[in-house]
Design a protein around this ligand. Structure first.
Ligand code: AHG
Ligand code: MN
Ligand code: MN
Ligand code: MN
Length: 336
């Protein structure tokens, strides 16, 4: 029948994470749930502002540049402030690293907790003014044994993160999260103000049909990337791949997780280490990709094994379906 069924047993993000902890027993702590509650709040708050940006004059530049020399948009600055304030107030954080802040924020004793959060408050800045999907990316570490929380606690490989995720602000707000036991997607029910489990156990198909690169940079690309792209556009047999590139990492990775294929932002002759930032772009997305059964590499090595030396460093990124990323890796192996 065409009757609408009301689901009277909604699985909210908080319920789902708590349930995970019941199953894990003593090793788990309610602290992570409280931290994730704070992160959820920031996503709801940012989503609200993204939605009314045009109406309340939040589009355009803030008038400053960040440490990477990018012009900050008003929403970059606002989203950063929302996250710093909420994460500090949660009482669960010790160190914060944001794309928009040159130095790490060391939380005062009064508010100090045991987690470190690295984040890109607003990803896809160049798409804001056109109303195209943008997002927030985050990764969570626990402070090391005996540490009071210093930069050293976040200069650790991504494989030591305890959680990672992103929220994509599109036709709805979608929060995709992993606490190291697979990947789940939640959609914001605006009326309830809750993220509801809508995409349980996301698995990347082992092979896709889509590639997602900024091919406008082709003249700078190195040989392995040029040859790989050639191989999927002019295959010896079968159909060529389709191109999809939004220019918001969150949106391009979200599609890759759901549909499969490969997303890449390579190192090239102009940007020797690529463009994407290791701590708060590459690590969280690599964490999610692996947790969903995919592969995330620099072309020559696993992203999650990189040991960061500074908080804003960059790294080449290729991630997505296992078979597609392995094909790309072969072109790097041949070049060496
Ligand atoms: P941000 O807006 O946080 O600075 O990140 C922009 C990043 C990422 O979202 C995207 O994948 C990439 O920049 C796009 O870069 P190009 O415009 O060079 O393709
Ligand atoms: Mn930026
Ligand atoms: Mn970004
Ligand atoms: Mn950003």
């Amino acid at each position: 029948s065409g009757e609408e069924q009301v689901n009277t047993d909604l699985i909210t993000l908080t319920r789902h994470v708590l349930n995970d902890q019941f199953n894990l027993g003593a090793a788990a702590s309610g602290d992570l749930t409280l931290l994730l509650t704070a992160i959820q709040l920031t996503s709801k708050f940012i989503a609200t502002n993204v939605r009314k940006a045009r109406l309340i004059n939040l589009v355009g530049l803030a008038g400053d540049t960040n440490v990477q020399g990018e012009e900050q948009k008003k929403l970059d600055v606002l989203s950063n402030d929302i996250m710093v304030n909420a994460l500090r107030a949660s009482g669960k954080t010790a160190v914060l690293v944001s794309e928009e802040l040159e130095d790490a924020v060391i939380i005062e004793d009064q508010y100090k907790g045991k987690y470190c959060v690295v984040f890109d408050p607003l990803d896809g800045s160049s798409n804001i003014d056109a109303g195209v999907n943008i997002g927030t990316i985050f990764g969570v570490y626990q402070v090391q044994e005996g540490s009071k929380g210093t930069v050293a606690d976040v200069l650790r490989p991504g494989n030591q993160m305890v959680a990672a995720g992103y929220t994509m602000y599109g036709s709805s707000a979608n929060l995709v999260l992993s606490t190291g036991h697979g990947v789940n997607g939640y959609t914001l029910d605006a009326a309830l103000g809750e993220f509801i489990l809508t995409h349980p156990n996301i698995r990347i198909p082992p092979r896709g049909k889509i590639y997602s690169f900024n091919e406008g940079n082709s003249m700078y690309f190195n040989a392995p990337v040029v040859r790989y792209l050639e191989s999927i556009k002019y295959p010896a047999s079968g159909k060529p791949y389709s191109a999809r590139y939004i220019g918001s990492m969150v949106a391009d990775v979200h599609r890759t997780l759901l549909y499969g294929g490969i997303f890449g932002y390579p190192e090239d002759k102009k940007s020797k280490k690529g463009k994407l930032r290791l701590l708060y772009e590459a690590f969280p997305m690599a964490f999610l990709t692996e947790q969903a059964g995919g592969v995330a590499t620099t072309g020559t090595g696993r992203i999650l094994d990189i040991v960061p030396t500074s908080i804003h460093e960059r790294c080449p990124v290729f991630l997505g379906s296992k078979d597609d990323v392995q094909d790309l890796q072969k072109f790097y192996q041949e070049a060496n």
